[in-house]
Design a binder for this molecule. Structure first.
Ligand SMILES: Nc1ncnc2c1ncn2[C@@H]1O[C@H](COP(=O)(O)OP(=O)(O)OP(=O)(O)O)[C@@H](O)[C@H]1O
Ligand SMILES: [Mg+2]
Length: 273
């Protein structure tokens, strides 16, 4: 999969996402330190690294849930956290952020479905509210997407009647319904019982094969990262320590910190094939 998809990616084209000297601090603690990262259209990127290394923070900045203290983030050449005014970049206002956010979708570890809506309504309603679609069209799209994640039969079930894996698949369908150009996934299987992890990973595999969407995935599932990604990023202490194609990063890591992280993962029982 990774070999096929990497041939699709034009790394000479303008990057879809660019982090340029990004700094993120909480008080005096530096969480991202001079982060530079380009992601190209259609690329599938996995972010791995120890707890606290800044993986979630990178996704939350893209989702405009966290501000940055230094540097710039560009989405297809447009500044995410700033807007141009009189030839200068000034901090973005809510309108600019809302416009930028519309091209980005995120699926979280805890699915945050609306408990009082059925699976179908969870996927259909946001399309009506955010995209202004009429109910008939939104319901049709919701049915198609639930079918795509293997849940056509559960459209009328409420979240409390669904398993964790099923809820997460509804959350994925809901994010897809917004047709984002960029999809962010933050450890979407780590709150799930082991027996349903595979059904969610299978859905993600299919989506990544079927779509040109740019996908950033934070994951502890190393085998999944290996087969899903065009590129894997290893983060530690708010910096990119090493990055490369999955086979290189997992089987021939260069940096001592990457090696010791992978050793710990292996000791915890995860073999990377
Ligand atoms: N709201 C906050 N206030 C203060 N510090 C925070 C806040 N959110 C995150 N941090 C700190 O920022 C650092 C990076 O956190 P982040 O959530 O990005 O890590 P992560 O790589 O996603 O870790 P994990 O694998 O545990 O999810 C951590 O040291 C964390 O304690
Ligand atoms: Mg995290």
């Amino acid at each position: 999969m990774a070999a096929d998809s990497s041939s699709r990616i034009d790394s000479t084209a303008k990057p879809l996402i660019r982090f340029e000297g990004v700094e993120k601090r909480y008080g005096t603690s530096v969480v991202l330190d001079d982060l530079n990262l380009d992601v190209h259209e259609g690329e599938k990127l996995s972010l791995i690294g120890p707890s606290g290394s800044g993986k979630t923070t990178i996704l939350r900045i893209l989702m405009t849930l966290e501000k940055i203290e230094g540097g710039h983030v560009w989405i297809y050449g447009a500044p995410l956290w700033h807007m141009p005014r009189n030839g200068q970049l000034v901090p973005a206002d809510e309108r600019h952020l809302g416009r930028m956010r519309a091209s980005i979708g995120m699926v979280f570890q805890h699915f945050n479905l609306f408990p009082h809506m059925t699976a179908g309504q969870n996927v259909s309603r946001p399309q009506q509210i955010v995209k202004g679609l009429d109910k008939t069209t939104a319901d049709r799209v919701a049915r198609e997407l639930l079918d795509r994640v293997g849940l056509a039969a559960k459209a009328d079930s409420y979240p409390s009647m669904l398993s964790g894996g099923q809820k997460q698949r509804v959350a994925i369908a809901r994010a897809l319904a917004m047709e984002p150009r960029i999809m962010l996934f933050d450890e979407v299987t780590s709150a799930l019982d082991p027996e349903v992890v595979d059904e969610v990973l299978q859905v993600l595999r299919n989506i990544s094969l079927e779509s040109r969407m740019t996908m950033l995935m934070v994951t502890h599932e190393m085998n999944f990262a290996r087969e899903f990604s065009d590129r894997v990023l290893f983060l530690d202490g708010g910096r990119i320590v090493e990055q490369g194609p999955p086979d290189q990063l997992f089987h021939a890591p260069r940096e001592p910190r990457t090696k010791s992280f992978l050793k710990k993962i292996a000791a915890a029982g995860q073999r990377v094939d």
